[in-house]
Design a protein around this ligand. Structure first.
Ligand SMILES: [Zn+2]
Length: 455
């Protein structure tokens, strides 16, 4: 049976199953939902078995349990590991919802509910594509599933779990449906994410706040010095001036630059939406390159001295700033942190003391568009959406994706079907039914194409 027909004949059951998950308020942020977490994990376990898994189980972690399932076709065959999460964000503010967040409704061709997209709806796409392949006898490789219950609170137990179960989770590629596309008519695949390094800087001058009339001009002002230091981190061309900062930055491949240039992007609307007259960034790169595949530096906060009402003439003892760099794949956040700290100390004058404290960091991620599993995802999308998807790097970070690569040594394909209009994490979250159907088709296409590729 063709996949389109299979979806048509079984859609009512697919939705009933999805709704049974949505009705369990698996809100990981709220401790009173502990019971719901377990109930939701158990419901997924049943559904994965019914969909065709050989076995499915609930596995404990330091926090909420994970659901694991697998279908082994041939121990020698490649393995795809599907990651998703069964927890959802709180639904508040409730008064802004048009229908109950945990009582799904279909209106205007969309499912309205918390988790309709993120990530119960998207996870269901994966499971129903799998079900079709199993029932039709079309699966040629092994599939494993790992569904987490703490994604929305930052996956605090996932690293330990991955380390502990490396053998069980062994796979050739990870498949995740938890990101969004550029638009319903502009299908896209996320191929890259940026990393992050974050610091606090403390500049100390005199041992107490001084009278700026008595001391001003004779003693260095820590806020003046801090501003001066921060101004030396980037140059006029928007390059980061820290020595060796770019050593590990890989140039963006020409094919990808062309792909980025073909993304529909209205620079005037972008400027208007944020209320700026002009944009500023690294010389030699377009806006979309600057905010996704090039590193950047930002001062996130700066304080010191007198900031209350009226004026107070003071030469403060201390000044502070919180600063961060968005990093690109292959830049190690610890190396960057060391280079940053060394640079600040090297340019700091001897009339102040400077302390740099690293706060947190994470690695970036990139999946080359030449990767066979990416090619398979591209084919799947093209068949389902009638258009070749664009490869898009995102400027933000999803730490678990780089953790998968670091701990399990596996690349992830981010085959997400969300839309901006899905309002994930907000009131009136929804998921378009036509995208739900196409998503299943695209994932089926991915698996069928993967048979032909050599992963
Ligand atoms: Zn999600």
């Amino acid at each position: 049976m063709e996949i389109k027909q299979y979806i048509q004949e079984n859609e009512k059951r697919f939705l009933d199953e999805l709704f049974s998950l949505i009705r369990i308020p698996s809100i990981s942020a709220l401790p009173e939902h502990k019971k719901d977490m377990l109930a939701c994990a158990e419901r997924w376990r049943q559904l994965l078995l019914e969909a065709g898994a050989d076995k499915a189980m609930i596995m404990p972690s330091e926090g909420n349990p994970l659901v694991y399932a697998e279908k082994c076709i041939d121990p020698q065959a490649p393995t795809v590991l599907v990651y998703a999460h069964y927890d959802v964000m709180p639904a508040e503010p409730l008064e802004l919802w048009q229908s109950q967040p945990f009582e799904p409704e279909i209106r205007e061709g969309r499912i309205w509910a918390r988790g309709a997209d993120d990530d119960k709806g998207q996870a269901m796409i994966q499971v129903k594509a799998f079900e079709y392949l199993v029932r039709e006898g079309l699966l040629r490789h092994n599939v494993k599933f790992i569904f987490e219950g703490e994604e929305e609170i930052g996956s605090p137990s996932l690293n330990a779990f991955l380390n502990e179960h490396r053998e069980l989770l062994r796979a050739d590629v990870i498949l995740v449906s938890d990101t969004s596309m550029l638009g319903a008519d502009t299908p896209s695949l996320t191929t890259g994410l940026r990393g992050l390094a974050y610091w606090e800087i403390e500049v100390t001058g005199p041992n107490r706040d001084l009278h700026s009339g008595h001391f001003g001009g004779a003693v260095a002002n820590p806020i003046n010095v801090l501003c001066n230091l921060l101004s030396q981190i980037t140059d006029d061309d928007g390059h980061i001036a820290i020595p060796h900062f770019y050593d590990d930055v890989e140039p963006v491949p020409e094919a990808e630059r062309q792909m980025i240039a073909s993304i529909p992007f209205d620079e005037e609307a972008y400027k208007a939406a944020i209320g700026v007259r002009a944009l500023k960034g690294e010389k030699g790169y377009s806006t979309l390159e600057r905010n996704s595949c090039r590193p950047s530096f930002d001062i996130c906060g700066i304080w010191g001295g007198y900031t209350g009402e009226g004026s107070k003439t003071v030469l403060p003892s201390k000044a502070y700033a919180k600063v961060s760099c968005r990093l690109v794949p292959h830049q190690n956040h610890e190396t960057i942190s060391r280079l940053f700290t060394d640079y600040i100390h090297a340019i700091a004058p001897d009339y102040v003391q400077v302390k740099v404290t690293p706060m947190h960091g994470g690695e970036g991620y990139v999946c080359p568009i030449s990767h066979p599993a990416y090619q398979a995802a591209e084919k799947g999308f093209t068949q389902a959406f009638g258009k070749k998807p664009l490869a898009v790097r995102r400027g933000g970070s999803i730490p678990i994706i780089s953790d998968f690569e670091r701990i399990l040594g596996i690349k992830t394909i981010l085959m997400g079907f969300g839309l901006e209009s899905d309002a994930i994490h907000s009131p009136n979250e929804n998921f378009r039914l036509d995208i739900f159907r196409r998503g299943i088709e695209a994932v089926v296409g991915f698996h069928l194409e993967l048979h032909l590729q050599n992963i």
